[in-house]
Write a protein that binds this ligand. Structure first.
Ligand code: NAP
Length: 430
C-alpha cells in the first residue's frame, strides 16, 4: 500500500504512525509539506514558551527510523503537483493541511492598520516564512485580544512576558526585538460570552496568574452565580476558580495589566487608517447563547489581535466548504482514494493529542483498503519533482536544518529558527 499524506503537522504524522503500526512492512508512507521543515502547527502554532508541548516532535522524528516513511519537504500540492497526479501515483492521498488562515470578524474596521488575525500574528512570532514580513504595529500602550480560547491566552502571554521569562523559548529574534521594545501596558482579552462558556483550559488560564511583570484582573460583577459554578465540570471549576482569583486582584503601578472582559461582542473596529479602539456591545447569555443588549461601550487600543479560530486553505481540484473553511468531506472521505483529517477536515478544535485517535482510525481504514498493483509511489513523486526542477528536502535535510538551528541558539533558548525559506534550503544543503 502506498499512501501520501499532505501536511507534516500532528494530524499528518498521526496518520503516518497509525499506518506504520497497522500495516508494518507492507506500507510505504510519504509525508509532504510545502515548507522545507516538518511539524506544522507544532513549529509554527504552538506558543514559543510552551516547549514541553513541542516535545511531541521527538515521537514524530522517531518514525523516520523506518525507511517506510519518507519526508518530501519544499513541495506544494496544488502548485508543484496536483492531487490528481498524486492519486495516479498512490493508493490513497490524505489531506492533513491544517488551518492556516484566519476567520474574519466580519465587522467594520477589520482592515485597519494594527488589526491582525491570530494565524498571521502567531505565525509572525513563531517565524513562519509566510508571516515574517507582517511587521505588526506594537508602538502602543494598549491592546485588545478578541476571543476566549487558548490562542487568545497564548497571544496575551507572549505579549506580556519579559525577556527573562522568554529566555527558554524559541521566540524568533525579529519578534522578540519588537515585542520587548513595545510600550504595551494594558492587554484586554475580550469574550462575547461569559466565564461559563470560555474555551480556556485550566493550566493555560492559570499561567496568566504567574506572570513576572503583569497582573491579571477580572470584574467580580461578571462572575457566575455560585449555583452555576457548583454545576460546572471539574475542568471548568478550575477555570472559574482562576477567574475568581483574578477578580480579587487589582492593577499595580509599574506592572502591565491583563484584563479579562466578558459579555463583550465586538461590533466595530474604530480608527481612521489605524485602529484607535474597539466598540463592543454588552451581551447577556442564556442557555449558552449570547444576545446583544444594545448597550455599546468602547475600549481604546492601538493593537487588535482577533483569536476567533482558523480556516483551511483550498487546494486546486479539491472541493472546499467555504462556509466552514474545510475540505468538503463525509467522515473524512473527500473522493475515491482522497481523504482528509485534522483541522482541514473538521475545523480547529482540540489539542495536538486529539489528532492521535482520529489519525489512527483513518490509518486503520486505509490499511483495510486493497492496494492496486503497479502504483509508482515515492519513486514516481521524486521523478515528477525532479522533472519540474523542485528541490525536495528529505528528512536528512531537515536534520541538517535542525542541527544548524540548535547550534545557532543562545542558551538557554533551545533553537534559533530560520525564518526564510532560502535560509532553510541553504542549511538543508549543508
Ligand atoms: P477556540 O477555543 O474555539 O476559541 C475561539 C474563541 O473565539 C471563542 O471564545 C469564540 O467565542 C470566539 N469567537 C468566534 N467568533 C467570534 C466572533 N465573531 N466575535 C467574537 N468572538 C468570536 O479557538 P482557539 O483559541 O483558536 O483554539 C483552537 C484550538 O486549539 C482549541 O481547541 C484550543 O484549545 C487549542 N489550543 C490549545 C492550546 C494549548 O493546549 N495550550 C493552545 C492554543 C490552542 P464563542 O465561544 O462565543 O464562539
Amino acid at each position: 500500500m502506498k499512501v501520501v499524506v499532505i501536511g507534516a503537522g500532528p494530524a499528518g504524522y498521526y496518520v503516518a504512525e497509525g499506518l506504520l503500526n497497522q500495516a508494518g512492512a507492507d506500507v510505504e508512507v510519504d509525508i509532504v509539506d510545502r515548507q522545507p521543515v516538518p511539524y506544522g502547527l507544532v513549529r509554527s502554532g504552538v506558543a514559543p514558551d510552551h516547549q514541553s508541548t513541542k516535545s511531541v516532535i521527538r515521537r514524530f522524528a522517531a518514525l523516520h527510523d523506518a525507511p517506510a516513511l519518507r519526508f518530501f519537504g519544499n513541495l506544494e500540492v496544488g502548485r508543484d503537483v496536483t492531487t490528481d497526479e498524486l492519486l495516479q501515483l498512490y493508493d490513497a492521498v490524505v489531506l492533513a493541511t491544517g488551518a492556516d488562515d484566519d476567520r474574519r470578524l466580519g465587522v467594520p474596521g477589520e482592515s485597519l492598520a494594527g488589526v491582525y488575525g491570530a494565524a498571521r500574528f502567531v505565525g509572525w512570532y513563531n517565524g513562519h516564512p509566510d508571516r515574517v514580513g507582517l511587521d505588526p504595529l506594537l508602538d502602543t500602550t494598549s491592546a485588545v485580544i478578541i476571543g476566549n480560547g487558548n490562542v487568545a491566552i497564548d497571544v496575551a502571554r507572549v505579549l506580556a512576558k519579559t525577556p527573562a521569562e522568554m529566555a527558554t523559548s524559541d521566540l524568533v529574534a525579529h519578534a522578540a526585538a519588537r515585542i520587548h521594545a513595545s510600550p504595551l501596558r494594558e492587554i484586554c482579552i475580550a469574550g462575547r460570552r461569559g466565564p461559563l462558556q470560555v474555551g480556556f483550559t485550566p493550566k493555560e488560564l492559570g499561567e496568566l496568574g504567574e506572570l513576572a511583570e503583569a497582573v491579571t484582573t477580572a470584574d467580580p460583577a461578571q462572575l457566575p452565580p455560585p449555583g452555576a459554578v457548583a454545576a460546572a465540570s471539574a475542568g471548568l471549576k478550575r477555570v472559574l476558580a482562576s477567574i475568581e482569583d483574578y477578580s480579587r486582584r487589582s492593577p499595580e503601578p509599574g506592572r502591565k495589566r491583563l484584563h479579562l472582559e466578558f459579555f463583550a461582542r465586538p461590533v466595530r473596529i474604530l480608527g481612521d487608517g489605524r485602529v484607535t479602539g474597539v466598540q463592543f456591545e454588552r451581551t447577556i447569555v442564556e442557555n449558552g447563547v449570547c444576545t446583544g443588549t444594545g448597550e455599546l461601550f468602547e475600549r481604546d487600543c492601538g493593537l487588535v489581535v482577533s483569536c476567533i479560530g482558523y480556516r483551511s486553505r483550498p487546494i486546486g481540484g479539491v472541493p472546499f466548504d467555504a462556509a466552514s473553511g474545510v475540505h468538503r468531506n463525509a467522515g473524512g472521505v473527500v473522493a475515491e482514494g482522497l481523504y482528509c483529517t485534522g483541522w482541514s477536515a473538521h475545523g480547529p478544535a482540540g489539542t495536538i493529542g486529539s489528532n492521535r485517535r482520529e489519525g489512527f482510525e483513518l490509518a486503520a481504514r486505509l490499511a483495510a483498503r486493497p492496494a492496486a498493483p503497479g502504483k509508482a509511489g515515492r519513486v514516481g513523486l521524486a521523478a515528477l519533482a525532479a522533472a519540474r526542477g523542485i528541490e525536495i528536502i528529505d528528512f536528512a535535510g531537515w536534520r541538517r536544518i535542525d542541527a544548524a538551528e540548535v547550534a545557532a541558539a543562545v542558551p538557554p533558548a533551545p533553537r534559533r529558527k530560520f525564518v526564510l525559506t532560502r535560509e532553510m534550503l541553504a542549511a538543508a544543503r549543508g
